[in-house]
Design a binder for this molecule. Sequence first.
Ligand code: ADQ
Length: 466
Amino acid sequence: MSRLIVVSNRVQAPKGQSAGNQGGLAVALTAALRETAGIWFGWSGETIESFTGEIDFQTHDGVTTATIDLEEQDVEEYYNGYANRTLWPLFHYRVDLAEYERSFAGGYQRVNGRFAELLAPLIEPDDLIWVHDYHMIPLGEELRRHGIANRIGFFLHIPWPPQSLLMSLPDHRELVRSLFAYEVIGFQTEDSLENFRHYILNEIGGEVFEDGTIRVDGRTVQAISCPIGIDTAQFKAAAETGTARYTAYRMRQSAVGRDMIVGVDRLDYSKGLHERFLGYERFLAANPMLHGEVFLLQIAPPSRSDVQSYQEIRATLDGLSGRINGAFADLDWVPIRYVNRGYGRDQLAGIYRSARIGLITPLRDGMNLVAKEYVAAQDPENPGVLILSHFAGAAAQLSDALLVNPHSAEELSDAIQQALTMPRDERIARWRKLMDNVEREDVMWWLNRFTAALTGRPQPVVTASD
Ligand code: ADQ
């Protein structure tokens, strides 16, 4: 079996971390790495004064990680710059927030070059290489420059934008052309795949074939839609642990007789938190008789706080939650509990399980794993209702949720009302269909689907017993 080399901006493999506290992606990839004695390569998250090119190898639980430190200028231009101030907003349809600086593009290329230079000597002829996400789009091409002829795949975790938006990126053609160094490109949804095909046909005159292959300038890739899932069995089990039960008990104790609505998101403008609060405010204004009967728990740990747009969204939400609480709260009731911290997997599972409604309303999201986690954590006898944005990648698979337009405060308000009054039979019927999908198309399904395309063989890399 070929060894798997995973490359991503940050390495999420275990460093003495229990599997229960890892996300599904890390669980699946570490299982595949363990099975194939592979390596996970990426940035350590540390900054040093000047780049040394030193690689820190560590092996934990049979998984080897290889990490490098970057210098401050790299982090500013590549990570805070091109990745998070240029590509992230643009790929989430926020051209208004995207910043186009030559220094960012230069830093991005430089860091991808550094990754390739250090990774290339570690690669053996039979290795399969799997590159992840928007930080690393040109890595395949950089590796080819170092003579790497292995099969290399690329998976994009975020949406691929429509041609008309992508064209606002000064170097869009170079960026897209660099993708043709890969054998396989995976997108989260058919919608993203379609946007990519459309760009290829209309912008660079490539050829798109029925079998999914795409040819540009004599180079061919296979482009597939490959939606990521969660480790459903693990999450279901997490919801049954003592920690989860105790957390659910605490939630119930703190809100006797009240229905909880929960949102869990990184603090990011793409997650639609501002619009969500406005929708909830509309619901409160329209339903005075339900005051005191319901509350919203919004968990939103800060992220990318070096980037200004993230500081701004944080300030906006602080103000908005304060305003809503100020306007509607009573002596013994606060309508929004707004919490800016992270929780362990088991605690999260307990929180999801005690929530009558999961309110997941991104303005744009590659997939959204929280929606799937919410479904997996429910009590089959008395499940809650998932309200999900049309614009989350997950909406294509989770069409039995209450799908909403997150920009419309009225639609959000109506959906909350519908969910609160939904009969148990309907909740169960909807949940079963959602759970069918979350169980069938889980993270191992995703991993095996991608690696099957990459190897050109249908055998799974990780077997069910792992
Ligand atoms: P994210 O934008 O980070 O991921 P998401 O898919 O929702 O979004 O994953 C977030 C993960 O972080 C979930 O597993 C969630 O449980 C966890 N998390 C969030 N808040 C937490 C908290 N307070 N405490 C603990 N854990 C918390 C990107 C893309 C998504 C895509 C994923 C995977 O933006 O669209 O689904 O990658 O491909």
